[in-house]
Design a protein around this ligand. Sequence first.
Ligand code: HEC
Length: 231
Amino acid sequence: MIPMPPRWMLFTGVLAALALAVPPFVIARVRATPDPNRAVHIFFDMDFQPKFKPQTVNPLFADGRSQRPAVLGTVARGEDNLDTHLNDGVVNGAWAETLPAGLEMTREFLERGQQRYNIHCSVCHGYAGYGDGTVNKRAMELMSSSEGPANGTSWVQAKSLHDPVVREHRLGMLYNVATNGIRNMAGYGTQIDLNDRWAIAAYVKALQLSQNASMQDVPPELRDNLKKEVK
Ligand code: HEC
């Protein structure tokens, strides 16, 4: 039988083993917590990569901006944007009346337009397009408070899409308004996909038709149902 070592030796051994377990934890923790003020860097990590953060100064350029604008005269691959029908809603200098090549006026396309319109446009223009969306209502409320416009609110009524002037707009112009905005309305070109902006324009046309339709616009086989519903 192996004789038991003395107690003090066992005790020191266990203590040493415990002490040895501490450094890996400390190192792991230090590695996982970034700290720009750490004095001693055992491992250099990506805290110290040379880079420019957004909105900081880069003295290398005359204008001092670290965020560089696109170089004049360069065009990114696949972004020539030369198709004026697709990109601006313009054909031969006039507002396009049709969808650009590649897009088709299907029920699915209009439903996509409806869904996107309800998300992006209805807040101001209202679901039915009368310019009575939630944001518009709230702004009007603030504007008409008895002590004058609250917090300096200023607001231009979101236009009714059934206004005679707006009803005259061609499909291409509606697309262009959704893309670049008009007067007090901001554009949504960066927030909404190009195809979806066309779908929205198509849906606005459908919405306008729906609010100004006559019985002749309804397919004959559906007219009877409609008469019952409308009464
Ligand atoms: C933040 C509120 C707001 C949102 C969201 C908004 N609009 Fe507007 N829109 C306005 C206002 C305000 C006007 C009137 C601007 C003016 O008269 O100066 C307007 C005007 C218009 C007009 C009328 C243009 C004309 O000839 O008078 C159209 C069409 C239109 N918007 C379409 C859209 C579509 C499509 C969307 C969704 C992509 C949209 N708007 C989203 C506020 C909004």
